[in-house]
Design a protein around this ligand. Sequence first.
Ligand SMILES: NC(=O)c1ccc[n+]([C@@H]2O[C@H](COP(=O)([O-])OP(=O)(O)OC[C@H]3O[C@@H](n4cnc5c(N)ncnc54)[C@H](OP(=O)(O)O)[C@@H]3O)[C@@H](O)[C@H]2O)c1
Length: 303
Amino acid sequence: MDVSGITDPTGLFNANGLVVVITGGGSGLGHAFAATLVRNGAAKVFLLGRRLQVLEQVAKDLNAKVVIPIQCDVADASSVSAAVKTISSQTKYIDVLVNNAGVNGPKHTKLQQAETVEEIAQMMLSEQDLWPQTYAINTTAVVTVAASFLPLLNEGNLRRGWPDGKRTQQKREKVPEGFDENDERTSQIITVASISGFNREVTAGLAYTASKAGAVLLAKSMANFLAPFGIRSNVIAPGRFPSEMTAGGETIFPINKIPHGTQGRFENMAACILSLVGKGGSYYNGDIRVIDGGRLSVMPATY
Ligand SMILES: NC(=O)c1ccc[n+]([C@@H]2O[C@H](COP(=O)([O-])OP(=O)(O)OC[C@H]3O[C@@H](n4cnc5c(N)ncnc54)[C@H](OP(=O)(O)O)[C@@H]3O)[C@@H](O)[C@H]2O)c1
């Protein structure tokens, strides 16, 4: 292996010039991704979410010239299509789509404490009305949003000199001016799933667990069927991080719950996203990034 290439982290892991779309970008992890990308050179970061005011505040706080708030409900295909239209009027391409929007859904968190069959049956049947919305946002939207942004992701590839359409070889005839030959990035979809998609102990809810397992498999499938089109698909599977979703919960944990002892920090998620979107991350495709302080290791889980 030729080891003369760059190893300086700022060269390997920056977001210079990237155009990125983040769903659920107004709070929690989406906000953390946006802050990281803006501070590391992203050209444009489009934030999608249902509460426009929340997005506008984040844009104002981070950099209103770079961050563009777009009201969008990812569970509504026509709303996603309208967002794509608005974004297409402001950019000809995107480099990265972060499928991050998510909801908790019905809470079945006390299943392990049930003492009788009747009690556990009642818990399992609770809040059934919330299942469809949980799937719609956490799972179905992963596909809806990815599909809707494919043309812009494809344009991102063309801009970097990659070929158009279905191919059997990923090869550039010529590296366009302004790009390094050793920058082999292709457009990328990052889906934020959860370690809940792997664990057997129900920590959030049954619909949440199932919807996140579905999101993981869909993201893996996208890495397969989008490969001939040069579009990558990777997954971030977080453990516990501060956000609106987890607000008010525990922050300190014993080793048998989270070996690291605490919830994750902004810096942990910043490092994770930069390693995926930076030049050094171009070889990640179909990857699942578990970032959980060791939590999956101390609970019954498949991964
Ligand atoms: N924090 C954790 O510990 C943790 C752990 C594992 C996985 N995750 C995953 O990380 C992702 C981000 O969650 P978070 O923890 O950062 O929670 P959060 O602060 O509640 O963020 C979720 C975001 O998704 C947006 N959203 C929800 N439904 C939407 C919809 N239909 N259309 C558009 N946007 C929608 C929300 O904004 P609006 O309500 O304004 O639309 C909100 O900004 C989720 O997929 C979550 O499952 C989080």
